[in-house]
Design a protein around this ligand. Structure first.
Ligand SMILES: [Zn+2]
Length: 233
């Protein structure tokens, strides 16, 4: 039987990564938390359906929330850990003898080189990837609004997703790379709109609405998920 790919599921306490396993030995559907990456591992006997796993998940949301809350960090950048990139779970795979730095391949983040550099290389990759995605979004929004950002930087901020300086420079938190595309889209629109309105008045919000259709769900997502994303890395 087919194993469903890892996915992000919305539980009562927020988004969680769910990994599905098939086992020939399992007699019943079971749940456990992977302490390395904080993923919820659902093991299905050969004949059980994904739906049976979902039912068990939904009935154990409090148990899951308690276990996740007890983990010291949501995700550490270690071999085997799972982290979202643009909202899609990716497993970090250490490939010590491969070349090419760090790159995405078949749903995995491959990190080459010696183990002692794994964390830094993962971090560097995510920061670069955040810059690439946000620069593309900012370019698109700026063109729409006929605005001209001075430059774009990616920072290690934990208190805010983005900011706009009075000289027209925009900066963003590298952690946005983990957020789903619609949330990235909104944060880019928000900061581009500040190039015209350096406040949060009605005209600012009207411009944000012109630049992105995702304002409400993105604000909701960022509000709910900020605590979890800020524990990653
Ligand atoms: Zn603002």
């Amino acid at each position: 039987m087919e194993v469903p790919p890892p996915e992000m599921l919305e539980l009562r306490t927020g988004l969680a990564v769910v990994e599905w396993r098939r086992s020939t030995r399992a007699q019943r559907v079971s749940l456990r938390i992977d302490p390395r990456g904080g993923a919820i591992i659902v093991t299905l006997p050969m004949r059980a359906s994904r739906r049976a796993g979902m039912a068990l998940l939904m009935n154990h949301q409090d148990w899951i929330a308690d276990r996740l809350a007890a983990l010291p960090d949501a995700v550490r950048f270690t071999d085997g850990a799972i982290l979202p990139i643009a909202g899609v779970p990716h497993r970090i795979r250490h490939a010590p003898t491969a070349r090419g730095g760090a790159f995405l391949q078949d749903g995995e983040l491959i990190v080459t080189g010696s183990a002692e550099f794994l964390r830094r290389r993962t971090h560097d990759f995510l920061r670069k990837e955040a810059g690439r995605r946000l620069a593309a979004l900012v370019a698109e929004k700026s063109t729409l609004a006929a605005l001209h950002p001075k430059r774009i930087t990616v920072k290690d901020t934990k208190s805010r997703w983005g900011s706009c300086a009075s000289d027209g420079s925009l900066s963003f938190s590298w952690r946005l790379v983990m957020a789903p595309p619609y949330a990235q889209d909104y944060v880019a629109a928000h900061e581009v709109a500040h190039l015209r309105h350096m406040n949060h008045g009605p005209r600012f919000w009207a411009l944000v609405d012109q630049l992105t259709p995702h304002k409400a769900p993105a604000i909701e997502w960022l509000h709910t998920e900020a605590p979890r994303l800020l524990r990653i890395g």
